[in-house]
Design a protein around this ligand. Structure first.
Ligand SMILES: Nc1ncnc2c1ncn2[C@@H]1O[C@H](COP(=O)(O)OP(=O)(O)OP(=O)(O)O)[C@@H](O)[C@H]1O
Ligand SMILES: [Mg+2]
Length: 266
């Protein structure tokens, strides 16, 4: 069973309001791998991310998404998070009246305690997370991301600058310790220094256990977080795959050559 991929998308088709957005996506991410997903505006990248997270607006009409060999499409968004899937949204939501610390404590202890309970039910050693442990962990991860302590007491995403929202998402990821993290344009809106801090944070969190799917438009993020594989999506399909050389070419030439390749093969 050891060669079951961690995360495998096969022939995924998905629609919203009867309009087909994803038209047969294949993508495999294994533990320890960093994948970059690029592609023009509107090609379906965020749609794919939302479907991985379990967003109810999209209907999967064909194909499968498997996580350690198990079909995740029947799982609730909650269950997906508990099992180790994480999505950092392109446009994080504002939750007025809920402080960052409270939101994270609720979200993180719920996921971690559910994981601990599952492990215990299977006879494993499992530690539930106490509020004190949570505070210690949050402090540690905020330091890693060079976030000011005052951040924790602010209301979630309310009045956060673009860069602060993105850091808040990465903080949440750091606390949840996912196996697969999908980061949707985490670089957008970050200034140069913040980009470095967030990238260093992501690099510090990755390891042999974790896989990352980075959605981005630009090379600059990929100079800090080095992808092992690069995929280009166009009109709901992955039309080109390779290594970092694809990013360099896109940066220099844009998408015209990819379009020409697609047209030639049609
Ligand atoms: N909830 C929705 N309702 C209606 N249309 C949607 C919805 N979500 C996605 N779409 C449509 O699906 C297509 C793909 O959108 P998506 O957000 O996945 O693109 P993207 O590749 O992430 O683009 P960008 O690079 O601009 O973020 C677009 O035409 C978009 O308008
Ligand atoms: Mg998008």
């Amino acid at each position: 069973m050891s060669n079951v991929p961690m995360f495998e998308i096969e022939n995924l088709h998905a629609s919203i309001e009867d309009r087909e957005i994803l038209k047969g996506v294949d993508l495999t991410v294994n533990q320890g791998e960093i994948h970059a997903l690029m592609g023009p505006n509107g090609s379906g990248k965020s749609t794919l991310a939302n479907i991985i997270a379990g967003h109810p607006a999209y209907e999967v009409t064909e194909g499968s998404i498997k996580y350690f060999g198990e079909d995740i499409l029947e799982w609730s968004p909650d269950e997906r998070a508990r099992k180790g899937l994480f999505l950092a949204f392109q446009y994080p939501t504002v939750i007025p009246g809920v402080s960052m610390a409270n939101f994270l404590r609720m979200a993180v202890t719920a996921v971690r305690n559910a994981r601990a309970d599952e492990a215990a039910a299977q006879g494993g050693a499992a530690q539930r997370m106490t509020p004190r442990e949570f505070r210690r962990l949050m402090k540690e991860k905020m330091a890693l991301l060079k976030m000011d302590d005052a951040f924790a007491t602010r209301y979630l995403n309310e009045g956060f600058s673009g860069g602060e929202k993105k850091r808040a998402e990465i903080l949440q990821m750091a606390l949840l310790e996912p196996r697969l993290a999908v980061l949707d344009e985490t670089d957008s809106g970050l200034d140069i220094d913040a980009l470095k801090v967030v990238s260093e944070g992501v690099n510090a969190l990755t390891g042999p256990e974790m896989g990352i799917l980075l959605i981005t438009h630009y090379q600059r993020l990929l100079n800090f977080i080095k992808p092992d594989y690069v995929h280009i999506m166009m009109d709901g399909r992955i039309v080109s795959e390779g290594g970092k050389e694809l990013v360099t070419r896109l940066e220099a030439e844009g998408y015209a050559w990819v379009e020409a390749q697609v047209a030639a093969s049609a």
